[in-house]
Design a protein around this ligand. Structure first.
Ligand SMILES: Nc1ccn([C@@H]2O[C@H](COP(=O)(O)OP(=O)(O)OP(=O)(O)O)[C@@H](O)[C@H]2O)c(=O)n1
Ligand SMILES: O=P(O)(O)OC[C@@H](O)[C@@H](O)[C@@H](O)CO
Length: 412
């Protein structure tokens, strides 16, 4: 990035990920626990990869996790990542990460030294590019910058015999969060002057910059989702946040058949009250680029309108396209295979039973296929009622993304 006023200059990030996650209580260190089927650290890396101006991402992991981390980088195609062995404490891990820019590796090479380095716990997956840039620019200007959030609980001090000693005025204090950013030389110099006590018991990088480099960090009020995954409940919360974010938009795919267009139109009118909806002709969905261009990015939810109640052609074509491009690698994709029937429902369901085989195959690629049967041979009022019921079913399936229901046929 050009080193103009208001730009951070050359930027790198250090993501400490060498802990064991004791407070979460899992045998798997929390940074490797899956959230919606993907390791937590992969979600954090994806957030940093969206910032193309961050040239190096240093991930610091325990020696025993190096192979696992390499496999995650390979499976999810993470770029710009350098792996470094962690230390016994978070500060020691961060210092190991910073060293890659100042000490040559065994092959005699070193990563190009950044002007600004962002330090961010690998177990804080919800960080947006805009705030990362704000923190980095502020660090370039002031030497150090860090995210803060209002305190939820009041901070108190306990006397040695377990009684209240004093309390801090909550309105005058803040919680220190991540990301933090520093002029590289400021934080590296501070770490090199640290005592072992700092490295073994400290928890605040901003304090090191103040104590050892006399740099007062600029404090930036961060957005509410900067929290750190620490306890089990935080994993559940992270999964809900991600589900919510990938359930905002959907694409309705229909061919030019009259019935299909009518059902597609009615569903569109109903679904647009709950989602950002785009309707496209199936002829426009021959390549993944077509699909990605619909929403200028990845769409994770599709409504496939099939003409006859026993024909899965539209759904099968979409599944084939998504499978060949491994589109489900980052998030579980949802496909509602919608079928209109003009007979009694039982015969419609019997003809649709083949969806179970299709759904079983699709699930191997993280694609969740559900069936939806709508009787179109009804009067306008009844059809509108069926479309409303169909909308409620579609909304629930997209929000929940429950693998246990794949291949099931819902009836609106
Ligand atoms: N020796 C350590 C300890 C922690 N961390 C990392 O620092 C971040 C924040 O630390 P914390 O939430 O305390 O993680 P853990 O130490 O793993 O958790 P716990 O204290 O519950 O064991 C995490 O990404 C963690 O992996 C690290 O890189 N090296
Ligand atoms: O103490 P832990 O290792 O759980 O987490 C580190 C936190 O202290 C740190 O991420 C922020 O408070 C900002 O420094």
């Amino acid at each position: 990035m050009e080193d103009a006023a208001g730009e951070p200059g050359r930027c790198a990030a250090v993501l400490p990920a060498g802990g064991c996650g004791e407070r979460l209580g899992s045998s798997t260190p929390k940074q490797f626990c899956t959230v919606l089927g993907r390791p937590l650290i992969s979600h954090t890396l994806e957030a940093f990869e969206r910032a193309s101006w961050i040239k190096d991402i240093i991930v610091v992991v325990a020696l025993e996790s190096l192979d696992l981390m390499k496999a995650i980088i390979h499976k999810y195609g993470h770029k710009r990542v350098t792996l470094v062995k962690g230390g016994e404490t978070r500060h020691r891990s961060i210092l190991n990460g910073l060293k890659v820019f100042s000490e040559n590796r065994s092959d005699g090479t070193a990563n190009e030294k950044p002007e600004v380095v962002i330090i961010h716990d690998a177990v804080r997956p919800f960080v947006d590019e805009e705030f990362l840039l704000q923190v980095a620019i502020s660090a370039k200007q002031h030497g150090a910058a860090g995210a803060i959030r209002p305190l939820v609980s009041t901070v108190i001090a306990s006397s040695s015999d377990g009684f209240l000693d004093y309390s801090l005025e909550r309105a005058k204090h803040r919680a220190s969060e991540m990301p933090q950013a520093f002029q590289y030389d400021v934080i590296y110099r501070s770490y090199l002057q640290c005592t072992d006590y700092d490295l073994d018991f400290g928890t605040e990088c901003l304090h090191l910059a103040l104590q050892y480099s006399n740099v007062k960090a600029k404090l930036l009020e961060g957005p509410p989702d900067l929290w750190k995954v620490t306890y089990k409940r935080d994993l559940y919360a992270a999964e809900s946040v991600i589900k919510e974010s990938i359930s905002q938009q959907l694409c309705i795919i229909t061919n030019v058949n009259k019935d299909a267009i009518e059902v597609g139109f009615l569903l569109h009118e109903s679904l647009k009250l709950h989602f950002k909806v785009k309707a496209v002709s199936s002829s426009m969905c021959k390549t993944i680029h077509h699909l990605q261009n619909i929403f200028h990015g990845q769409c994770c939810n599709f409504i496939c309108i099939n003409v006859k109640d026993s024909d899965f052609e539209e759904t099968q074509n979409l599944v084939d396209l998504l499978q060949t491009t491994n589109a489900g690698i980052s998030y579980p994709l949802v496909i509602l295979s919608v079928h209109s029937t003009s007979e009694d429902y039982s015969s419609g369901i019997n003809k649709l039973i083949g969806i179970r085989k299709l759904a079983k195959e699709a699930y191997k690629s993280n694609i969740l296929v559900y069936g939806l049967l709508i009787n179109i041979d009804q009067d306008k009022v009844q059809l509108q009622q069926a479309v409303c019921e169909g909308t409620a079913i579609i909304t629930a399936l997209i929000k929940d993304r429950n693998p246990a229901l794949v291949g099931q046929i819902m009836v609106a």
